[in-house]
Design a protein around this ligand. Structure first.
Ligand code: NAD
Length: 252
């Protein structure tokens, strides 16, 4: 590890798992660009990291917008000095059973998760290859293994695993490790929206899920942030192309 402060972009970092990951990396001494759809959404997260003594900037970036991604990543490298870590975390749900799923909902999920991760990886590697160093952590899900009502999301999240393995092969020779985390049930606005969709409270869904999870609890954003921190540190430099399930032992 060099003495110079490493620099990370965390996408979808205004809230939930991304916000916790940004805070955890900042606590580890990493300068973090808190990227989300608009700068206003990122500002509170960036400010709370700064208030805790970390270095963070808000970064407006729709990960599906090719030009916006390239511009945002160049800005991070210019403003913070480098780009060492990319955490592809931005995500959306558009759940429905296949016969009711619109093509638009299929496309939206594919676009945010897969096109978004592709565009961000491509933009980040330009800076990382030049320095022969970097770490990319993508976000899959236990849903990659198949979940009723999530044909779009499941396909995208398994696609993330293929992207991760392929980029590990392509970027490894340049000192860049590419891995994925696959969260189980994590308490965020995303899982609260799932509870609303199936007609129960978030607490009811959490209790039901905890009961069928071997460690008998649901996950918190910090559980994923801890795994991402490890996979983006030098401690994991011989690990690449892997998807680590962080799910309390539960497979759907
Ligand atoms: P969340 O809904 O709380 O936060 C997602 C963030 O992504 C939001 O701030 C949103 O504005 C942002 N976002 C959406 N579209 C974007 C775009 N086009 N460009 C930039 N930002 C965009 O979700 P979360 O629960 O924190 O999930 C984070 C990631 O973890 C997602 O990829 C999700 O699929 C994955 N995941 C979550 C769970 C879970 O149980 N919460 C489980 C498995 C995987």
């Amino acid at each position: 590890m060099t003495d110079q402060r490493r620099v990370a972009v965390v996408t979808g970092a205004a809230r939930g798992i991304g916000a916790a990951t940004a805070a955890r990396l900042a606590a580890d001494g990493v300068a973090v660009a808190v990227a989300d759809l608009d700068e206003q959404a990122c500002r509170a997260t960036a400010e709370s990291i700064s208030a805790a003594g970390g270095v963070a900037i808000p970064l407006a970036c729709d990960v599906t917008d090719e030009a916006a991604v390239d511009t945002a990543f160049d800005r991070v490298a210019a403003d913070l000095g480098s780009l060492d870590i990319l955490v592809n975390n931005a995500g959306v749900l558009r759940d429905n059973l296949l016969f009711k799923m619109s093509a638009a909902d299929w496309d939206t999920v594919m676009s945010v998760h897969l096109r978004g991760a592709f565009l961000c990886c491509r933009a980040a590697q330009r800076h990382m290859v030049a320095r022969r160093s970097g770490a990319i952590v993508n976000t899959s899900s236990v849903s990659a293994l198949g979940t009723r009502g999530q044909a779009n999301y499941s396909a995208a999240k398994m696609g993330i695993q293929g992207l991760t393995r392929t980029l590990a092969i392509e970027l490894g020779p340049f000192g860049i490790n590419v891995n994925a985390v696959a969260p189980g049930f994590i308490v965020t606005e995303m899982t609260a929206s799932t509870a609303a969709r199936v007609g129960v409270t978030p607490e009811e869904l959490q209790a039901k899920t905890a009961a069928v999870t071997p460690v008998r609890r649901v996950g918190l954003p910090a559980d994923i942030a801890n795994a991402v921190a490890f996979l983006s540190s030098e401690k994991s430099s011989f690990i690449t192309g892997q998807t680590i399930y962080v799910d309390g032992g539960r497979r759907l």
